[in-house]
Design a protein around this ligand. Structure first.
Ligand code: LLP
Length: 425
């Protein structure tokens, strides 16, 4: 996780800055993003997969500074809306290193992506093939990939599994859906099919499903070669690499994944007598998740006969993941030393909903009281990216830390911001 240093008296430093100092300076809740950790993770991916194109999945979290770091580290970007594409391109991200996804791309998504010149568009449904081709200006040619569901169930939760046939993403290998779409793409003179894509799911901790996907997609590439006489040059295996939310949780190490995928790809291509395609991967969570820490202030402690509730000043509006997927976090007291024994408590948010639970059955010092600071590690992915304005509390800021210095990347959402959109009466 984030480059954390422990100091006496319960001080915890991230990127050389004390979290309690950030809480004092910027208020709470506040999200802290460790720039060196993000960059280090990008480098680890590049070292593990020197032969591959690595696209950071912007849906995990995107702001201009992050787009800039990722770009400087040589990664591309996986975007899934005009908003993500535009933010990246206006920050100076080279559009040709952006890949656009989406099971329901709007006319605006396509128009903006094409105008800005995204490198590839991933076809997710047959009907959009003609739409994309029509939106490409005359004389233009757009690179596309076809997203395939390889019939594999993998991922940390039912809601984040995307490799099986029965769901909204991609074109099934079974029943000839993928092959049919490939044929339609090849009929379009304004589209250039560069390869196949799949994304199995998220928070996957085994290499196995990726190896099955490689074999099935190379099998499809061989059928495309047999039918159409072309060897597709690219294979995108998506993201989904699992990280540890609590100490001891299993993770998917990029180097272990790379070794497995490399072997499976070489073997399958040798069997099919195909050239080895250029590999693309799209990690999101694994790049940014462990680099983020959420810091909350305790507002109330309530004891019931069976349980102690510790209520903080954020909750499901900045981190909906426990409520959505039942994910377990490991919050900890920071900013002071506690001599007290640990007590098993439930950390809840401030929202008007009983399900607003951030962490159930976690140990905190028995003297935890209002005014204390709690840090939730591994908060960099799919927290603020999925934040809402529930109860109009305003979304927290993002503060970057590096070499003992901090700076605001995204400011706190104010009540004025919230009111500004409310234009009717
Ligand atoms: N590529 C595609 C096409 C995707 O749909 C996703 C994630 C990724 C790459 C990146 O997956 P990652 O490496 O971050 O696992 N909100 C959920 C996760 C949803 C993932 C959606 N797609 C969560 O908080 O767990």
């Amino acid at each position: 996780p984030a480059t954390t240093t422990e100091r006496p008296h319960g001080q915890v430093l991230v990127g050389g800055v004390a979290l309690s100092e950030i809480a004092e300076g910027h208020g709470t809740p506040v999200y802290v993003l460790d720039e060196a950790e993000v960059r280090g993770r990008c480098r680890a991916y590049r070292a593990a997969f020197p032969e591959a194109e690595i696209h950071y999945a912007a849906k995990a979290f995107l702001c201009r500074a992050l787009a800039h770091w990722v770009e400087e580290e040589g990664l591309g970007l996986d975007a899934c809306s005009a908003g993500e594409v535009e933010l990246a391109v206006t920050t100076g991200f080279p559009a040709d290193r952006i890949l656009l996804h989406g099971n329901a791309k709007s006319p605006r998504d396509l128009a903006i992506a094409l105008r800005l010149g995204v490198g590839r568009i991933v076809v997710d449904t047959p009907a959009e093939i003609a739409r994309i081709a029509a939106a490409v200006g005359s004389g233009g040619r757009q690179k596309v990939m076809v997203r395939v569901t390889p019939g594999i169930s993998a991922g940390g939760h039912r809601k984040i599994r995307t490799g099986s046939d029965d769901q909204k993403f991609g074109l099934s290998l079974r029943g000839g859906h993928a092959e049919h779409a490939i044929a339609r793409v090849l009929e379009q003179p304004r589209l250039e099919l560069t390869g196949l894509h799949c994304h199995l799911g998220s928070q996957i901790t085994d290499v196995g499903p990726y190896l099955v996907a490689v074999r099935r997609l190379v099998g499809l590439m061989a059928r495309v070669r047999d039918t159409h006489g072309i060897a597709l040059p690219e294979l995108d295996l998506g993201g989904g690499h699992g990280i540890a939310y609590r100490p001891g949780d299993p993770t998917l190490d990029p180097a272990r994944l790379a070794a497995g995928v490399r072997t499976a790809l070489a073997e399958s291509c040798a069997v099919a007598a195909l050239p080895v395609p250029r590999l693309i991967i799209e990690p999101g969570r694994a790049v940014v998740g462990p680099a983020g820490v959420a810091v909350y202030r305790v507002l109330a402690v309530k004891r019931t006969p069976g349980r102690t509730y510790v209520a903080v000043d954020g909750g499901m509006s900045d981190n909906p993941r426990p409520a959505l997927y039942g994910v377990r976090y490991a919050p900890r007291l920071i900013g002071r030393h506690s001599p007290a024994d640990a007590e098993c408590v439930t950390v809840v948010g401030r929202h008007c909903e009983a399900g607003d639970i951030l962490a159930d059955d976690v140990p905190l010092p028995a003297d935890t009281h209002p005014g204390d600071l709690l840090a939730v590690p591994v908060a960099g992915a799919y927290h603020l990216a999925m934040a809402s304005s529930y109860n109009l509390v305003g979304r927290p800021p993002v503060v970057a830390v590096l070499d003992g210095r901090s700076r605001v990347l995204v400011r706190r959402e104010t009540l004025e911001d919230l009111r500004a959109r409310d234009v009717g009466l």
